[in-house]
Ligand binder design. Sequence first.
Ligand code: AVJ
Length: 322
Amino acid sequence: MAPPTIRFVEAPTAAANDPAAELAQGLMSRPAVVSPKFFYDALGSALFCAITELPEYYPTRTEAAVFDHHGEAIAAELLTRLGRAFAFVDLGAGDGAKAARWFPLLRPSRYIAVDIAADFLRAALPSLQQRFPQLEMAGVATDFSRHLALPGGLHEGPALVFYPGSSIGNFAPDEALRLLCEARELSAGGALLIGADLCKPPEVLEAAYDDALGVTAAFNLNLLRHVNRVLGADFDVRDWQHVAFFDRASSRIEMHLQARHELCVNWRDRQRGFAAGERIHTENSYKWTVASFEALLRDAGWRHVRHWTDERRWIGVFTAQA
Ligand code: AVJ
């Protein structure tokens, strides 16, 4: 039997419709800001893959270890919450590899991969479909950073929302609350499986975001080339320096690009001057405690919150029912 065809939907949101306008507005702000979603062009995605292999960058391998050690218990918990048939909604799916490890344990009836990168979804889903021919699949290309909702007709009944990789860390607490509320509505009485990076000594955090090889620096600087293409700007990567530090008051890693000397950036008919040492804020990565993240989930209306973690309690994996 031939595998079913994969449905692809592109669902641009108001915010994502005009990335050039969004970038221009951020660059004209004081301090200047560029959203971390602009890290992920083709080279940026490859650099992030390299980051996950660095000895200093613990989140990816620690979450994978928690999934490996507690996969069966996590699956059992989710299945009691979900009942019978459900859709598996993968937020920030990428190539779908993280989701696929759960398919044999959870046996969802449908897989819905959601990612900002349409090309990535179109390239990755056919080979996943070959590996899991009994699973119906759909790809949704959308930017859910400001609003999360799926186009109608993609699934009936409950969904498991899967949001691994501590990507929730890019959202400030109020935005994270909004996203988790929207995720609960999207799940239609289903469940949640999410990973969050936990508080730990600042030296450990800062090394993870400023590694010895300079891969994170390259990842941060590469954003300027992506901005050059999207906006038609003339950033010179060599004018900028990677800066990353933990801010205790807001419990977040901040990443910035700092001008090495006074300079001016031009695009279309506009320009922005930067003083020596002036920064562009490119990322926040919030760190939670088990207690603060459980409270966030409950505030978003999730019930039956449970968590799993590693021996050092560096990464939290949380399940909940809508
Ligand atoms: C993909 C948002 C989880 O915050 O750790 C890695 C991105 N930035 N190194 C993170 C990132 C710098 C990453 N997330």
